[in-house]
Design a protein around this ligand. Structure first.
Ligand SMILES: Cc1cc2nc3c(=O)[nH]c(=O)nc-3n(C[C@H](O)[C@H](O)[C@H](O)COP(=O)(O)OP(=O)(O)OC[C@H]3O[C@@H](n4cnc5c(N)ncnc54)[C@H](O)[C@@H]3O)c2cc1C
Length: 438
């Protein structure tokens, strides 16, 4: 009888699990003994570490996504959301992009739905806040920053100008620091095309509730990063929380208040909501309760990894693997092998990986790294950041496109126009229709 492996989410874990299964179960897929399905709202996997470079205009947004149907020809890709998992009945409820929801049966499930922004009930956050997890958000932010430079240049109202030129990022982890550093670098670069703007007119505020930035690179390099950001004129506020931002009026716990048009929220992640809409075991932090073998506690045919799962770190007893790509990719490999072992009635193996440290880009030619205890800063770290991620971005096709983007950027200045109009493509046409009615 055919075994149906259903993968919920086509991001890091989903894509890499399916790739390995597609390769290792080629015979079974051909004979129909095994079927694999991925469900994801998008038809592509996003290489999230490149989002800051896309926001800065160094990479085309199309080049940091990997098309699932092209890479996984033996796998069925369904676009939509899994809204419920009924593991007792081995079915999920699938809500396609259009049309009625339906139940889909499976034999083995892989929960790879990742995470969403972890928000807090802060007044005004939904008014002006934006996350930084998707291509849409990265490109919208890029357009917004450039549009607001245009606004500031064109107004003679000082209040409007100051508000437009104030950008706030909340959360100084990977996503927050990289997004801020890349966007600040791009904005600084762009001001040279404006008659009435200098880099000093643009205010960047980084708000962090703890006493450090970029914990992923360790205390020493985190401290260095903090000094670098401050030297660049970025107002880094440690031990500070966002109290409210109603209508763009930002109030911080250190007592400061100011107006800002833009607030980027990167203060952590929480599991995708679908994990709560399931009968699968959860841990005290609402993550899927995984075992060291990447099965879910108390099950044999439900697997999970990545940001949505709490995976015990066997190299650091009592701790869990951090939600990052370094673990997600490696977990996917073990997860796929364990599914094959399960199907063949063999013993499953543990996931074991000791965190090796991290690299982060801080704008063009600037970076910080702490990998295997080797600490780098400035250009060498930036070079390492680029080469590492180039080696990791899926498929040769994407690697070539990324190199071409970077090479073009070497010879031509980066694009500094806002294409925010693309977010409202029908506005011009609607206005034309209105003039007809008059
Ligand atoms: C800006 C940024 C920079 C980063 N940089 C680094 C870095 O330099 N190094 C590093 O190690 N990590 C980095 N990370 C973290 C890394 O990208 C994540 O840890 C990794 O993507 C987790 O993989 P995942 O498969 O669990 O989730 P994802 O890759 O997010 O995939 C989850 C997928 O599930 C889908 N999905 C969600 N809900 C449902 C549902 N209900 N039904 C169906 N599908 C669903 C989503 O659409 C998505 O495609 C970065 C993250 C960000 C945001």
């Amino acid at each position: 009888m055919s075994q149906h492996i259903l993968i919920v989410g086509g991001g890091y874990v989903g894509l890499y699990t399916a790739l390995r299964l597609q390769r290792k179960l080629a015979k079974e897929l051909r004979s129909g003994e095994v079927r694999i399905t991925i469900i994801d709202p998008q038809s592509y996997m996003t290489y999230q570490p490149f989002l800051p470079e896309a926001a800065a205009g160094n990479l085309s947004p199309r080049h940091l996504v990997a098309p699932l149907r092209r890479i996984l020809p033996k796998v069925q890709i369904l676009n939509g959301l899994v809204t419920k998992v009924n593991h007792a009945g081995h079915t999920v409820t699938f809500q396609p992009a259009e049309g009625a929801a339906r139940d889909i049966a499976y034999d083995v499930i892989v929960m790879a739905a990742g995470s969403i922004s972890r928000t807090l009930p802060i007044p005004g956050l939904t008014d002006i806040g934006i996350g930084f997890k998707t291509v849409g958000e990265a490109i919208a932010l890029r357009n917004r920053v450039l549009h607001l430079l245009d606004v500031a240049e064109s107004t003679d109202d000082l209040e409007v100008r100051r508000r437009a030129l104030t950008f706030v990022v909340v959360g100084a982890g990977f996503a927050g620091v990289e997004a801020l550093a890349e966007l600040e670098d791009m904005a600084k670069d762009s001001t040279r095309y404006y008659r009435n703007l200098t880099p000093a007119d643009v205010r960047w505020v980084l708000v962090e509730a703890t006493d450090r930035v970029l914990p992923e690179v360790g205390p020493e390099m985190g401290k260095w990063t903090l000094e670098q950001l401050r030297e660049r004129g970025i107002d880094v506020k440690l031990n500070t929380r966002l109290e409210s931002c109603e209508g763009g009026h930002v109030v911080l716990s250190d007592g400061s208040e100011f107006e800002a048009e833009t607030l980027v929220w990167t203060a952590g992640v929480k599991p995708s909501p679908v994990v709560a809409d399931s009968d699968l075991p959860l841990d005290e932090r609402g993550r899927l309760k995984a075992t060291t073998k990447l099965t879910l506690a108390g099950t044999r045919d439900a697997f999970a990894a990545g940001d949505a799962a709490g995976v015990p770190d066997v190299t650091n007893p009592g701790q869990y693997c951090a939600p990052n790509a370094q673990h997600a990719v490696r977990q996917a490999k073990v997860l796929a092998d364990n599914i094959i072992r399960y199907l063949r009635g063999q013993e499953l193996v543990d996931y074991r990986h000791k965190y090796v440290g991290s690299v982060a880009g801080l704008g063009l030619h600037q970076g910080v790294a702490n990998v295997y205890g080797v600490k780098l800063r400035g250009f060498p770290a930036w070079f390492m950041h680029r080469t590492y991620h180039l080696s990791r971005v899926p498929t040769l096709n994407r690697k070539v496109r990324v190199v071409v983007d970077w090479t073009l950027a070497l010879f031509f200045k980066r694009e500094t126009i806002s294409l925010g109009e693309m977010e409202h493509p029908r506005e011009g046409f609607r206005a034309a229709v209105k003039t007809m009615r008059r």
